[in-house]
Design a protein around this ligand. Structure first.
Ligand SMILES: Cc1cc2nc3c(=O)[nH]c(=O)nc-3n(C[C@H](O)[C@H](O)[C@H](O)COP(=O)(O)OP(=O)(O)OC[C@H]3O[C@@H](n4cnc5c(N)ncnc54)[C@H](O)[C@@H]3O)c2cc1C
Length: 332
């Protein structure tokens, strides 16, 4: 069997398993699986469904492996065809271009397991586990340490890569080790020291390593009611200070210390400013909201507009925290 790719390349997938699937209209369409796995490969999968901005084009190829073997098979599949790989966690810090992404997108959302060890206080979790769910689960058990993370709608893998943080705590503070997979399929365990952590940064950004698992150090034995109250308080604080009512990626820009990006944008008079369906939030100026029907290009152009306006007023070029994937037109 031969599959034609959008760019005109042809990849022969004669080794792939296919099977016929019935649809409501009884039209049969072949489902393609990674060799030796039950992991389906989707072609031209819309990524707007998999990012918190709800924008972006399609992935040329898309898989969401459920285990390490399928993940390794996905890397092999991409390597054999010489196509690029992009890793997607919960897509809560991503702006995917309207033109979509070439190559293989690997979503970690189905890589799931968690193990709380009461002897050591360590929590070992798969990359696709949800950070807020872990924060609530830890609170229910009376384990301290993750209260700050309850409002960060990402995965474990995304948090490890981004050094996600809030309320003066961050991933690096809690991390004992991260297991990563290299493009040749080899696993390695890295310590925070080896990950080069600083503010919302790690050495994993822009690299070809995939985080498969992480171990965090928590503090068991506290009163669950107390931990739960602190967790709820953090969540409530965010709900009153940040706009959760429209799609966004959270803070768009890094804070250029000693300033906060939100304050600079607000002082530049940009709250409420809108391009297409993308708007600078009234509640928090470092958030750009998809007010409905926004394209990735609207958000991109608003980012550029903010950067230029803040540069003119304060001589500071705001650096995006959001990761932009795909191609964007420079002419806005
Ligand atoms: C409403 C809202 C509030 C937010 N608040 C905060 C906040 O308070 N603090 C904060 O730090 N962030 C915040 N964010 C941003 C975002 O949630 C974090 O950056 C989060 O850590 C991203 O995780 P993710 O799984 O969604 O990663 P994605 O957005 O899917 O990916 C982010 C980057 O990590 C890479 N990546 C993801 N998973 C892996 C993996 N397993 N292996 C290798 N690379 C990987 C991706 O390729 C990409 O480069 C917020 C976002 C929203 C929408």
């Amino acid at each position: 069997m031969t599959i034609s790719q959008a760019d005109g390349n042809v990849c022969t997938v004669s080794t792939l398993t296919t099977e016929k699937q019935e649809t409501a209209s009884s039209v049969e369409s072949p489902v393609i699986y990674l060799p030796g796995t039950d992991c389906a490969i989707k072609s031209q999968a819309s990524l707007s469904a998999y990012t918190s901005y709800r924008v972006g084009g399609a992935a040329q190829w898309y898989i969401a492996p459920r285990n390490l073997e399928a993940l390794q098979a996905g890397l092999k599949y991409a390597k054999e065809r010489g196509i690029p790989v992009t890793v997607l966690g919960a897509g809560s810090n991503l702006l995917v271009s309207d033109g979509g992404l070439a190559g293989l997108v690997i979503a970690t959302r189905h890589l799931r397991y968690s193990h709380f060890d009461p002897q050591t206080g360590q929590l070992t979790v798969a990359a696709g586990e949800s950070i807020p769910s872990l924060a609530w689960a830890a609170a229910d058990l009376g384990w301290e340490g993750l209260e700050w993370a309850v409002g960060i709608p990402g995965t474990v893998g995304g948090a490890v890569v981004m050094n996600a943080g809030a309320h003066n705590s961050c991933t690096a503070d809690m991390l004992v080790s991260a297991q990563v997979l290299s493009p040749d399929g080899a696993l390695e365990t890295l310590t925070p020291g080896e990950l080069g952590y600083s503010y919302r940064t790690s050495l994993l950004q822009g690299r070809d390593r995939i985080v498969t698992q992480a171990t965090f150090q928590l503090r068991p034995g506290a009163d669950p009611a107390k931990v739960l109250a602190a967790t709820k308080q953090h969540k409530q604080h965010r709900l009153t200070t940040q706009p959760y009512n429209f799609p966004s990626c959270g803070s768009v820009f890094r804070n250029p210390k000693p300033y906060s990006a939100g304050w600079l944008i607000e002082q530049t008079g940009l709250k409420g400013f809108q391009i297409g369906g993308a708007q600078v939030a009234q509640l928090h100026a470092n958030f750009i909201l998809n007010r409905g029907g926004a394209k990735a290009s609207d958000i991109f152009c608003l980012i550029r507009h903010i950067q230029h306006q803040v540069q003119d007023r304060w001589s500071i070029w705001l650096e995006p925290e959001v990761k932009m994937l795909g191609e964007f037109q420079l002419a806005c």
